[in-house]
Ligand binder design. Structure first.
Ligand code: UT7
Length: 327
């Protein structure tokens, strides 16, 4: 039994933050951002009453409509996010409630930019068990809620968004075939939000407002992102007796166009076979992969060999190989 993707959807909020807008907020400029990251703009959820689940709900409602699924049919929702609505309860259950999915359970996966990839692997195992027939996998992040718009090392990169896929059982060649997942907790100090957990409780001693924002050592993260994604894509292809010629699409996490280009180069992919949306949305953390699939859905054909790969805080990384299941 395999798990196959039977639908994709996505949502980005209407408000846009351009590079020129950022020029007025921090010491940066459009030319630097575009040449160093490939980002032109990002979407921001400005409504202070809305949270990650609200974007996810927009994406999931579209997904249910596209796949002719009644909310009562959904068995399980798994949501990759580092910006849950609240520390607890989890966002997946909030999404289930808001879409009226009464017969399902769910939980969140905290794997930063690898959140969707880890959630996809998790959701696939539920389907492969034979016990669950309709599994919704979400990647959603309201990064603007944890970004310091005075820190040019982070605020130029991140945007808000959500994406979702439906997983259903497959007894054919189509669906998720293999994966390589990785993690290394010794990388935890290079990309993180310090406060709000049990180590530095929100109002604990010595906790400053800055500790509630995402921070990163960009160069270190960049280096590991290229290394780990290149390595696992290459190893996954080798394990399955494939070369880049056999793969129709590489779907990499969208953090920086230079990371994407380097991974494509190391793994032997021409850029024409690589999904790229970073210019539109920036780095939406757990939402980048499903937003890529949503934007390229019209180009995907039944039987296409697809490899998704990601790298994020933790460190977390991985690659999933699948055969696309529909035109
Ligand atoms: O999704 C996973 C999470 N994140 C990532 O994968 C991000 C990985 N890292 C990156 O994408 C890049 O490291 C950044 C985009 C964050 C930074 O780009 P970089 O090419 O690594 O720049 P850098 O940190 O090496 O800085 C180069 C120069 C420095 O100036 P000096 O010391 O050479 O004079 C920085 O102060 O660029 C300066 N700089 C900026 N200048 C204008 C750093 N940020 C900016 C900025 N605008 N926003």
């Amino acid at each position: 039994m395999k798990a196959m993707i039977t639908g994709v959807s996505g949502y980005v909020p209407p408000d846009v933050l351009t590079n020129h807008d950022l020029e007025k907020m921090v010491d940066t400029n459009d030319e630097w951002i575009l040449s160093r990251t490939g980002i032109k703009k990002r979407h921001i959820l400005k409504d202070p009453t809305k949270a990650t689940s609200d974007m996810a709900v927009e994406a999931v409602k579209e997904l249910l409509a596209k796949t002719n699924t009644d909310p009562s049919e959904v068995d399980f929702i798994v949501c990759g996010t580092v910006t849950p609505d609240r520390t607890f309860p989890d966002t997946a259950n909030t999404i289930a409630d808001k879409i009226g999915a009464k017969n399902c359970f769910g939980f969140d996966v905290n794997a930063a930019c690898s959140g969707f990839l880890y959630a996809l692997q998790t959701g696939a195992m539920y389907v492969e068990s034979g016990k669950y027939k309709k599994v919704v996998v979400v990647g959603a992040d309201k990064m603007s809620s944890i970004i310091n718009y005075k820190d040019r090392a982070t605020c130029i990169i991140f945007g808000d968004g959500a994406g979702a896929v439906m997983l259903e059982p497959s007894d054919s060649e189509y669906g998720i075939i293999d994966e390589l997942m990785g993690g290394d907790g010794s990388g935890r100090e290079f990309l993180l939000k310090q406060a709000g957990g049990s180590l530095f409780p929100s109002n604990g001693p010595g906790v400053t407002p800055e500790m509630h924002y995402a921070e990163q050592e960009g160069r270190t993260v960049f280096k590991f992102a290229v290394k780990r994604m290149s390595e696992c894509v290459t190893a996954l292809m080798k394990k399955n007796n494939l070369t880049a010629d056999d793969i129709t699409w590489l779907v990499p996490h969208q953090a920086n166009i230079r990371i994407i280009n380097a991974v494509a180069d190391h793994a032997g992919f021409p850029i024409e076979k690589v999904m790229v949306t970073i210019q539109e949305y920036g780095n939406t953390t757990a939402a980048t992969l499903p937003l890529c699939l949503r934007d390229y859905e019209g180009k995907l054909k039944k039987g296409d060999n697809v490899i998704l790969t990601s790298f994020g805080g933790g460190f977390t990384w991985g690659a999933i190989y699948l055969k696309w299941a529909y035109d």
